[in-house]
Design a protein around this ligand. Structure first.
Ligand SMILES: Nc1ncnc2c1ncn2[C@@H]1O[C@H](COP(=O)(O)OP(=O)(O)OP(=O)(O)O)[C@@H](O)[C@H]1O
Length: 255
């Protein structure tokens, strides 16, 4: 069973004290949310968990082996990253971009096969991108591009998803569709870690939460234990009102 684990991990946020070392494991079937204000280090944590950024101390382990000791190809197959910022390297259509998700599984000059094409088509259908398949990604709206990025990772079908604000730019219906998709990935035995600003999306869908404070302090655990109004108010430096609707907790700024 695959597990992505932070062990004594201190992420390298420039100019910040080390803070609390992180020790947590994303098990198959778990959906983790990372909460914290702007600049707290959520993206830095996600990139460190993906092996794209060196930690200051400690390590990230995949199936018990340090990422630093694993081959890039192995990581590219196991870990799927949905980035917050994307640059268009060269002009590519939606269908070409979504197929990039299969590249970690192909040798350098190997063409995508029928199974790769099937996975890409399924992912495009799931993200409602069929009508945009031949459009250039550079000409899409922010929300459409976000759905292309998620469809690309879905085509990759990684064991662990690392998604940086995957609902960014999405309208309400697509936010729900993407959170439902990530929860389904977890239910099917994948692990998911996502950075999220919307407390209510986190409260509804995440089963584990990691709270990252701007000074490097942190706490983590089961979502119901982390969704404590005092801790969340301190996290965001923002008073909150809490309501319960259909036995779900809802958080609203109180001023
Ligand atoms: N390459 C860099 N050089 C210098 N400082 C950086 C660099 N990358 C990030 N930082 C700083 O590190 C801190 C953490 O950044 P990070 O992007 O991880 O925060 P975040 O919690 O994801 O924020 P947001 O909610 O705004 O996306 C910020 O103060 C940021 O300015």
């Amino acid at each position: 069973m695959s597990v992505l684990e932070a062990s004594g991990l201190v992420i390298d946020v420039p100019g910040r004290e080390d803070g609390q070392p992180l020790d947590f494991a994303i098990e198959p079937g778990q959906l983790w949310g990372v909460l914290g204000p702007n600049g707290a280090g959520k993206t830095t944590l996600l990139h460190t968990m993906a092996g794209l950024r060196a930690p200051r101390r400690g390590q990230v382990l995949l199936d018990g082996t340090s990422l630093a000791r694993l081959r890039r190809r192995h990581l590219a197959q196991a870990l799927g990253v949905v980035f917050q910022e994307r640059q268009d390297g060269f002009p590519a259509t939606v269908s070409e971009t979504v197929l990039i998700g299969r590249h970690p599984f192909l040798s350098p000059w190997q063409q995508e096969g029928t199974e790769d094409l099937r996975l890409a088509e399924e992912a495009m259908a799931r993200l409602e991108l069929e009508d945009l398949a031949e459009r250039l990604v550079s000409q899409l709206s922010g929300g459409e591009r976000q759905r292309v990025a998620i469809a690309t990772t879905l085509t990759q079908s990684p064991r662990l998803w690392l998604a940086d604000e995957p609902t960014n730019h999405l309208d309400l219906r697509h936010q729900v569709a993407v959170m439902t998709l990530l929860a389904e990935q977890a239910r099917n035995g994948r692990g998911v870690l996502l950075c999220v600003h919307d407390l209510n999306l986190a409260a509804r869908w995440c089963d584990h939460l990691l709270l990252l404070y701007p000074d490097g302090d942190a706490c983590w655990g089961a979502a119901q234990d982390m969704l404590v109004p005092d801790a969340l108010e301190r996290l965001y430096d923002q008073p909150l009102m809490v309501a319960e609707i259909n036995s779900a907790r809802v958080f609203v700024p109180s001023n």
